[in-house]
Design a protein around this ligand. Structure first.
Ligand code: TXA
Ligand code: MG
Length: 325
């Protein structure tokens, strides 16, 4: 069931009262608070278990509402906003006076975006202000793409969960540093590098794992409970079967055309043929393999073009070294 008008009014009331609302967006579900309420913003960090130095994204209803949230908007940022908002693009700009330092981890820049989801836009309109929202998962784990994922992971820690159905895009927004004249990609996501380049008329650098510039982007992020191991496409089956023989409960990601072959492992995920469908399903697949009791997931990286760039980025991070607890 998806949100109705009275749910949206209720959620707006929760935000006004300083509470936390999980809201659907086209990328992933967010854990939202009134961006101008430092105590509510502090609760986000507490519920997520996220270090308070990690900046949040402010969600607004449209580019016409940028005033006060940001300052000195370069022409190139206006161009990108015009083309991609509402949509899975986050722009990092100079922080305006409406943004409390709590939301930006003390930075003098702020990340803003206009989500392309009717329920999120209705909430932003009913509420009237900006909503800071990280993905609605515990720090380091897999982002939620359904209201059920949020309920399962955060439960009563959220005051209200707005159900807007499954997220269409499935991976987080593309983050672009637009503070200067030459934008750069800080995190690949739902808007592809190729789409950005077509609008900008020049090529963009892609962040590599060795140059992690965005605060809060630790190597191990977007990770399921099971350990994730990446290997060459042609080795996925043999390595998976060997690990299963050695006593692991192995889950594999295999192209749909191979997924019906008899692979001797605990669980098989059929990778959809289109990158859009793969992105949409990715976090759900990781959650599913956890639920089915896998302790090891073996996959290979897609070609890093289009949405494949964001999918590969998330798989690499899921496979990254874990912090020792
Ligand atoms: O699609 C999305 O972006 C989702 C939905 C809910 O909007 N949100 C999301 O938020 O992914 P979160 O908090 O999980 O990731 C936001 C990223 C973090 O890696 C953070 O470091 C970066 O945005 N970020 C936020 N403010 C920044 C800033 N001022 N400069 C550089 N990076 C920033
Ligand atoms: Mg996140």
């Amino acid at each position: 069931m998806t949100a109705r008008t009275n749910d949206i009014e209720k959620a707006a009331g929760v935000l006004r009262a300083g509470g936390l609302v999980a809201l659907p967006t086209e990328t992933v579900y967010g854990l939202g608070a009134n961006a101008e309420d430092p105590a509510a913003v502090a609760r986000i960090f507490q519920v997520k278990g996220r270090p308070s130095s990690h900046p949040l994204i402010v969600h607004i209803g449209g580019a016409e509402h940028l005033d006060g949230w940001v300052e000195d908007v370069p022409a190139v940022a206006r161009l990108l906003a015009e083309h991609f908002w509402p949509g899975p693009l986050t722009l990092v700009l100079r922080r305006g006076p409406r943004v409390p330092l709590e939301a930006t981890g003390g930075l003098d820049t702020v990340a803003v975006r206009v989500p392309d989801h009717p329920v999120a836009l209705a909430l932003l309109s009913a509420f009237g202000g900006g909503v800071t929202a990280p993905s609605a998962n515990r720090f380091g784990s897999v982002s939620p793409t359904t209201a059920d994922h949020v309920r399962a992971e955060l439960g009563d820690a959220v005051d209200f969960v707005l159900d807007g159905g499954p997220s269409e895009v499935g991976v987080e927004s593309t983050i672009v540093d637009a503070t200067g004249d030459i934008p750069s990609i800080l995190r690949p996501g739902g808007v592809t590098r190729e789409d950005l380049e077509a609008v900008l008329g020049h090529s963009l650098e892609v962040p590599s794992m060795s140059r992690v510039r965005v605060p809060g982007q630790h190597p191990s992020h977007y990770a399921p409970r099971a350990r994730v191991v990446l290997t060459e496409p042609e080795k996925v089956v043999s390595e998976a079967e060997l690990a299963q023989e050695l006593g692991h409960q192995v889950g594999v990601f295999l192209p749909a055309s191979f997924a019906d072959a008899p692979v001797k492992v605990h669980a098989v995920v059929a990778i959809p043929g289109s990158m859009a469908a793969y992105a949409r399903g990715l976090y759900g697949f990781l959650r599913e393999l956890d639920q089915r009791g896998c302790d090891l997931i073996i996959a290979s990286l897609p070609v890093e073009e289009g949405l494949g760039l964001a999918i590969a980025n998330r798989l690499r991070r899921a496979a990254g070294p874990r912090p020792t607890v």
